[in-house]
Design a protein. Structure first.
Length: 229
């Protein structure tokens, strides 16, 4: 019996863990790093809203201290960009965040030029897309608030509308899930109705069945008095 209880607890905890992961996957978006021009074009074409951070990692430099400082600043900017991608309205509305390093591939550098991005070693360029087309760009290091403000300046109304649509769809799915749950027949055990004999009312054991949306069903019980059997 104890082993069965442990197995049931382990199964329930595993199911809860999977549900939590699914919920996080549906709600929380994150920055995606693109390393090929073909991949970038396909991702931008599929996304309704997207923002891309073009940057250039430093190559070999005589001043190693300055190179380390540049790399540190770029990593900090990438962390800020990733944090902005997890902001609830954008993740819920499906705004895509992409980071592109143009230093190692010429095709990515060409894509950056085509979209009006001119990143340097110390200053990245942020490009905003809507429906697969370039909307605007901004050059320079930005904080999380500045990135979200840059997106809201051009896409706030459309993002809010998409969030409302998704919230309605989520409420509809939850309503259907509750409806299917209540319509599902189930079995239960319980006490039977009292039986009145010359020895008085008695309670007995009963196993009943109930189905339907509001449905009743039946439940009966055996008499609890031995003399009444």
């Amino acid at each position: 019996m104890k082993k069965r209880i442990k197995i049931i607890r382990a199964a329930l905890s595993a199911a809860l863990f999977v549900v939590v992961l699914m919920g996080l996957n549906n709600v929380v978006a994150s920055m995606k790093r693109l390393r090929r021009a073909s991949k970038f074009e396909s991702e931008i074409a599929k996304a309704d809203f997207a923002i891309s951070m073009f940057y250039q990692s430093p190559g070999k430099m005589k001043d190693k201290k300055a190179r380390r400082k540049l790399i540190k600043n770029q990593k900090q900017q990438l962390r800020v960009f990733r944090a902005a991608s997890k902001t609830t309205p954008y993740s819920y509305a499906g705004v895509k965040f992409y980071s592109v390093n143009i230093a190692k591939r010429q095709d990515l550098a060409d894509v950056a030029k085509q979209n009006g991005a001119m990143p340097s070693v110390d200053l990245p360029t942020f490009v905003l897309f809507r429906g697969g087309r370039r909307l605007t760009s901004r050059r320079g290091s930005l904080s999380k608030g500045e990135i979200t403000g840059f997106i809201d300046e051009y896409l706030k109304k459309e993002i809010d509308e998409k969030v409302k649509i998704r919230e309605r769809e989520q409420a509809r799915r939850e309503s259907r899930a509750r409806e299917s749950w209540y319509r599902r027949p189930y079995y239960y055990g319980g006490w039977g109705y009292p039986y009145r004999y010359h020895y008085g009312p008695r309670w007995g054991w009963g196993i009943g069945w109930r189905g339907g949306w509001h449905g009743g069903g039946w439940r009966g019980g055996r008499r609890g008095c031995r003399r009444c059997r």
